[in-house]
Design a binder for this molecule. Structure first.
Ligand code: SF4
Length: 282
């Protein structure tokens, strides 16, 4: 199946993306989120924004905001490759459209998004979500014009939207500067700076505040940082870490060019600042 298309979402250019230089002065076990980000970019290259070699979040429809909202719901407890396939089927069925989605038949929608986890509940949730957005705001653009704190509170009242999904939607579809916390984030920071926080048990907001405190309120940087951490988690910082490489070569997206950096064999770019790595090597 071909999921490529000329409709690639290009977020606005970020000023800070032009200032990315590897930081070689980062002290061990100090949480300097911006320096961590710089090291990741030096390794993987930019993954989001107009200068990314291949967009980390591939968009196939002419409605990128809605496509991202749908993707953020479908990816809950589901591998991204399945989400890409489901999005392609929804696109072919003309359902990446708020009005069409709001009137969709739940059974039909469920067959299109199968085998995503909880596909029946997600089908009903997506329809209810589209209806709620239409009734409350008219369209997504109006919803995303709400102030960040108001928008977050509103999103959390909508079907199938929890804290992580709300932040993904706000950041990637709405370009609000929020840092997304997921299981990968907790795993990576628990290994990097274990003394800074009880990463696995801390609340979503605690983790978010500790990391975001060191970052500028730049939505493109936040979006790229989350993508970089995701890439680190699936290439090197797996449940069984591959600190010295080679990176995991599993295909996480069907988009051509998406895994172009896999030929690197220099290992995890965070080894010199990682407490877990240092402890494991004595
Ligand atoms: S050095 Fe190893 S444990 Fe530390 S962040 Fe990299 S892959 Fe994870």
């Amino acid at each position: 199946m071909d999921v490529t298309s000329p409709h690639h979402y290009v977020p606005p250019r970020s000023t800070i993306m032009h200032q990315i230089e590897p930081d070689h002065t980062l002290a061990f076990a100090r949480l300097d989120a911006l320096a961590i980000y710089r090291r990741l970019v030096a390794h993987f290259g930019l993954l989001c924004g107009p200068e990314a070699a291949s967009p980390w979040w591939p968009i196939i429809s002419a409605n990128p905001q809605l496509e991202m909202v749908i993707g953020a719901v479908l990816v809950q407890q589901t591998r991204w490759e399945m989400v890409e396939d489901a999005i392609a089927r929804l696109h072919a069925a003309g359902l990446i459209d708020l009005a069409e989605l709001a009137q969709a038949d739940a059974e039909h929608l469920a067959t299109l998004i199968y085998p995503c986890a909880f596909y029946r509940q997600k089908a009903q949730g997506l329809i209810a979500l589209a209806q709620a957005i239409q009734q409350r705001y008219g369209d997504l653009a109006a919803m995303f014009r709400l102030p960040t704190t108001v928008l977050r509170a509103e999103l959390l009242q909508l079907p199938r939207i929890g804290p992580e999904t709300a932040d993904v939607v706000m950041l990637y579809a709405g370009q609000h500067p929020v840092f997304v916390v997921d299981a990968y984030t907790r795993r990576i920071f628990a290994r990097l700076v274990p003394d800074r926080l009880s990463w696995e048990r801390a609340s979503y907001m605690q983790v978010q505040q500790v990391i975001a405190a060191g970052l500028p309120a730049d939505p493109l940087l936040m979006a790229d940082f989350h993508a970089q951490l995701n890439e680190l988690a699936v290439r090197y910082c797996l449940v069984r870490p591959r600190c010295d490489g080679p990176p995991s070569r599993r295909v996480y997206s069907r988009q051509p060019g998406r895994n172009s950096f896999l030929d690197r064999h220099d290992g995890c770019p965070l080894r010199s600042i990682c407490a877990w790595y240092r402890a494991s090597r004595g």
